[in-house]
Design a protein around this ligand. Structure first.
Ligand code: XMP
Length: 513
């Protein structure tokens, strides 16, 4: 294991992912972790992340000084290098200008030694810099092995004490040889073994689930999305029929979705699957409601009621399985950090009613999204399923703008299916973060054949994004939009006009409601 101490960097998760890409398990802990606790974890290496603070301020975050004496190699990145320097007797100063952007590495050749951290890195290698402070004097015992014109101490090493630091960001792709630098640290300096793979994860996790669950029963709410699907298949592999899945058809699903879920999990994987058809109940509850938040609240509450009703009828359940991922776990830690930082559980299915005392089973909580996809494929889920676009819990309910009726949902299902089909046909599905169609509460005049029509209007939206926090509209080749629009007008009876949404986020959100 390589432990990443998080000093509040936006890139901490990326550092851990880069380490895992080397086949070495990595996890992120708050910077406040004690040296003693770290010693207990027995990592092969420690990485200090960057962070937004300045070491020159009184209350800037400092790790436990005992860490430097553990004999475990430490790599400080950006703020991590600076804090390591000042805590060991060096000096950090804030130059007039902040350095932000590309720089090129100059290798400092010093007598009698070769840099292990920079082994194989060429002179002039492109680096990504983003810092205000810089190290000006290194502590005794450290040497500078790399520099740039604006930053004399870009790479620093103390071979004897196994302390290393870089001012640039090796974890981002803009640092061309960044991965190689991390690999040098993890594989060579720390001597890590590349034994973290999905195969080994499955083996260990299956054993863990078996021993935690024993002969008790686990309930899993299947949504048809990637996370709950992968979690269910993994748990099923471990405990077979002790897992019961509940799938609620809320009437807001995509075309054929319910049937596909029943076929895949019930038939193909042969799981115990409770299929609850609650379409009418949801539609009745939504009658006459057009306001987005009101719709969301009703759909959310209905789901909880229906799900728990189904669960109660299943009897003695001990665990609720959830597809919580590692980023959720990290992001829900208390901001003050600390080894005792509480980790909030994500109740994807709402708060638990008092009479249901389930423990949570979260077999994906150490994985990043791309690892979950890889895991899903290893477990036999189709590539098409594991690479699905995100789909909101309230489903087409929040894409049927205005009042939700069965008829409008059916229309939208057809529009949505054509849109996704055309995107897949053009081979663009994987380039897009999310594609969605909305049915607008507007009618427009059209002409088809010799006939004047007065029908519904739909909007199409496709966005690119890294994390759904910001998004840009997707530039389709015009032919794709053209084919999609003409198919929609020809094949979907109620629609005679198609719009393409070119709003980015912000100011828009990805969904319309
Ligand atoms: P917005 O519309 O806020 O959406 O830009 C950001 C991402 O979140 C998804 N989304 C949801 N996912 N339940 C979910 O599981 C929800 O209620 C929900 N609402 C929005 C949205 O599709 C996008 O990926």
């Amino acid at each position: 294991t390589v432990v990443v101490l998080d000093f509040g960097a936006q890139y901490s998760q990326l550092i851990a992912r880069r380490v895992r890409e080397q086949g070495v398990y990595s996890l992120i802990v708050p910077y406040t972790i004690s040296a003693q606790e770290l010693r207990k974890m027995a990592p092969v290496g420690i990485i200090f992340s960057g962070g937004p603070a300045s070491v020159s301020t009184e209350d800037s975050p400092r790790p436990d000084a005992g860490i430097y004496g553990l004999g475990i190699p430490v790599l400080g990145i950006c703020y991590g290098l600076q804090v390591m320097s000042v805590m060991n007797g060096g000096t950090v100063r804030r130059p007039d200008a902040r350095e932000y952007g590309f720089a090129h590495l100059h290798l400092n050749h010093f007598t009698g030694k070769t840099s292990r951290l920079l082994a194989g890195i060429p002179e002039g290698s492109q680096l990504w810099m983003s810092h205000g402070d810089s190290v000006v004097d290194l502590p005794t015992g450290f040497v500078t092995t790399g520099s740039t014109p604006n930053c004399p101490v870009t790479v620093a090493e103390n071979e004897a004490r196994r302390l290393y630091g870089v001012q640039f960001h090796p974890e981002v792709v803009h640092s061309t040889d960044g991965t190689a630098v991390l690999r040098n640290f993890v594989m060579d300096i720390c001597g890590a073994k590349a034994d973290w793979s999905m195969e080994s994860f499955i083996a260990t996790e299956v054993e863990r689930i078996r021993s935690v669950v024993g002969d008790r029963k686990v309930l899993c709410g299947l949504s048809g999305g990637v996370d709950s699907s992968v979690a269910a298949v993994l748990i099923h592999k471990a405990i077979g029929d002790q897992l019961v899945c509940v799938f609620v058809n809320n009437g807001m699903l995509r075309k054929n979705e319910a049937q596909n879920v029943v076929d895949l999990f019930g038939k193909h994987f042969n799981m115990r699957l409770e299929y609850v058809d609650a379409e009418t109940a949801f539609l009745d509850a939504l009658k006459g409601i057009a306001e987005p938040e009101a719709k969301r609240k009703i759909i959310g509450k209905m789901f909880v009621d229906v799900f728990y009703d189904a669960a109660r009828s299943l009897g003695d359940i001990s665990f609720l399985a959830q597809g919580t991922l590692y980023p959720d776990v990290i992001e829900s830690r208390s901001p003050s950090g600390g080894p005792s930082a509480t980790i909030k559980s994500h109740h994807n299915v709402g708060g638990l009613p008092d009479d249901l005392k389930w423990e949570l089973l979260e077999p994906l909580k150490e994985l990043f999204k791309d690892e979950v996809r890889q895991l899903g494929m290893e477990l036999g889920l189709a590539e098409e399923l594991v690479n699905r676009h995100p789909f909101p819990g309230p489903g087409l309910g929040v894409r049927c703008i205005g009042e939700v009726t069965k008829e409008r949902l059916d229309t939208l299902r057809e529009v949505d299916a054509i849109f996704v089909e055309e995107i897949r046909r053009a081979g663009l599905y994987g380039d897009i973060w999310q594609a969605l169609a909305c049915l607008l509460p507007v009618k427009s005049v059209g002409v088809q054949g010799d006939e004047r029509t007065y029908r519904e209007v739909c909007s199409l939206r496709a966005v690119t994004s890294q994390d759904a926090m910001t998004a840009d509209w997707y530039r389709f080749p015009p032919e794709v939009l053209q084919t999609t629009a003409s198919r929609i007008c020809n094949e979907v009876a109620g629609v005679n006009r198609v719009l393409y949404d070119i709003t980015s986020k912000p100011p828009g959100t990805i969904e319309w409601e």
